[in-house]
Design a protein around this ligand. Structure first.
Ligand code: IPD
Ligand code: CA
Length: 265
């Protein structure tokens, strides 16, 4: 039996409560597929409802903490040291299309440093959680990044820039380089889960540009606590500011950064 800190219990409780609503709403999405407009309105309200529950639960437990919310934006708290960074549905496009791969992501920042993260996949009831210095877990299983040492054996995940996003051309250059040098690339559609999968050793690495803090805050903690590394494309730690992420196990992360850099030219 693992002993979790009070703060992680609060985060996991909030995620479970919001997750119950998302499971119910996900069941309804299929019925709405006939009308695209109907689907996106419904999903927007599911998103808002989940965010509301997360906010209420976390505020009840730690009234002074501030928030950075995907939907609600920045909400200052009396306690200037602590901030929750929240995505109520990461993988919204999957949710809209009835693909059961999406998650609630809750990160906690203390004095500008990420100290705890929860990525909860409600459909499979998978609770990825981690706290600085305390390790990363999937439910009760301790996580460790994969041990693969060669890029040629590695399976990576990424995010493909879609309509309305910039950076298609440089991304294609990166993709070609990764395709030529690894065992395969996956595009699952949730950055938070991509990072959780690196932490769990299911994938060996992950890269993406143009992310928001709520997509990655919790996942970064998971990867680090599972023994992996996360940087931006310059190998620095400014991921939340510039939205660029390269995560991998301890053997491959620097190799992946340099492969991507070389590819972009
Ligand atoms: C998106 C997902 C996706 C990533 C996009 C994100 P959303 O978040 O994390 O995997 O490729 O960049 O915007 O919109 O589903 O919350
Ligand atoms: Ca997101």
């Amino acid at each position: 039996m693992i002993v979790r800190s009070a703060i992680l219990n609060v985060m996991m409780g909030a995620a479970r409560k919001a997750g119950r609503g998302l499971v119910r709403d996900f069941g309804e999405v299929e019925k709405l597929q006939v009308s695209m407009k109907g689907t996106s309105d419904f999903v927007t309200s599911a998103d808002l409802q989940a965010e509301k529950i997360l906010r209420q639960e976390l505020k009840k437990a730690r009234p002074g903490f501030g928030f950075l919310l995907e939907e609600g934006g920045e909400v200052a708290g009396d306690d200037k040291s602590h901030r929750w960074i929240i995505d109520p549905i990461d993988g919204t496009t999957n949710f809209i299309h009835g693909i059961p791969h999406f998650a609630i992501s809750i990160g906690l920042e203390r004095d500008g440093e990420l100290v705890a993260g929860v990525v909860y996949e409600p459909i499979s009831d998978s609770m990825f959680h981690g706290e600085k210095g305390g390790g990363a877990y999937l439910n009760d299983w301790r996580l460790r990044v994969s041990a693969r040492r060669k890029l040629e054996d590695a399976v990576l995940t990424t995010g493909i820039p879609h309509r309305g996003r910039s950076g298609q051309e440089p991304f294609l250059k990166e993709l070609v380089a990764v395709m030529e040098n690894t065992a395969g690339v996956r595009r699952f559609g949730s950055a938070a889960l991509d990072l959780a999968y690196v932490a769990a050793g299911r994938c060996d690495g992950y890269w993406e540009h143009g992310l928001k803090p709520w997509d990655i805050a919790a996942g970064i903690v998971l990867v680090r606590e599972a023994g992996g590394y996360v940087t931006d494309f310059d190998g620095k730690g400014d991921m939340l500011a510039n939205g660029d992420v390269v995560a991998a196990n301890d053997h491959l992360q620097a190799k992946l950064v340099s492969l991507l850099k070389k590819a972009r030219g």
